[in-house]
Ligand binder design. Structure first.
Ligand SMILES: CC(C)(COP(=O)(O)OP(=O)(O)OC[C@H]1O[C@@H](n2cnc3c(N)ncnc32)[C@H](O)[C@@H]1OP(=O)(O)O)[C@@H](O)C(=O)NCCC(=O)NCCS
Length: 142
């Protein structure tokens, strides 16, 4: 597995994955704008030349907000998401970031277990954030 920064040529593939796997997907246009923002960090996991997962987020002063972590269905449970998150944590440590935040649907057991494994803790609940269900805001302090 190779982890590297996402480029503009990856946007189409990522937008397809957003549509398939994410409740509020980012469009190609939004992803393109996001990548041009110098505060954005977006990493991809590549296997045999194929983009199999990605993570994105923004640095906001001394915090980092994770937007999404997504791994293609037939590549799950092989450590891709964990490696992507660990790489983001490595970048955050270098940038002297103090806290990482994210939102996750309260029924998304796989993602919640992933974040708990990497040391994220429950901060507060945003009710009805995803239509009928709440989002849990999780935080990791470095
Ligand atoms: C959540 C998601 C990113 C996990 O990706 P992944 O590459 O399969 O995760 P990993 O293989 O790195 O798993 C790391 C740890 O997360 C937890 N985990 C991941 N998937 C899990 C599942 N289906 N059930 C239980 N625990 C799970 C485990 O603790 C796992 O460690 P272990 O394998 O030692 O038990 C993936 O399921 C996904 O893309 N889901 C759809 C998009 C999504 O919901 N993203 C999160 C938005 S907030």
């Amino acid at each position: 597995m190779i982890i590297e920064e996402v480029g503009l040529s990856d946007v189409k593939k990522i937008a397809e994955m957003e549509l398939k796997y994410i409740y509020h997907p980012y469009s190609e246009a939004v992803l393109t704008e996001m990548l041009k923002n110098p505060n954005c960090l977006a990493l991809k996991a590549v296997e045999d030349g194929e983009l199999v997962g990605y993570i994105s987020g923004q640095f906001v002063i001394d915090e980092f907000n994770i937007n999404n972590v997504v791994v293609r269905e037939n590549f799950r449970r092989r450590g891709y998401a964990e490696s992507l998150l660990n790489k983001v944590i490595e970048y955050c440590t270098k940038e002297k970031t103090h806290k990482l935040y994210l939102e996750v649907a309260q029924t998304n057991d796989a993602a919640i277990k992933l974040y708990q494994k990497l040391g994220f803790n429950f901060s507060y609940e945003r009710k009805h954030y995803y239509g009928g269900q709440s989002a849990l805001v999780l935080v990791k302090t470095l």
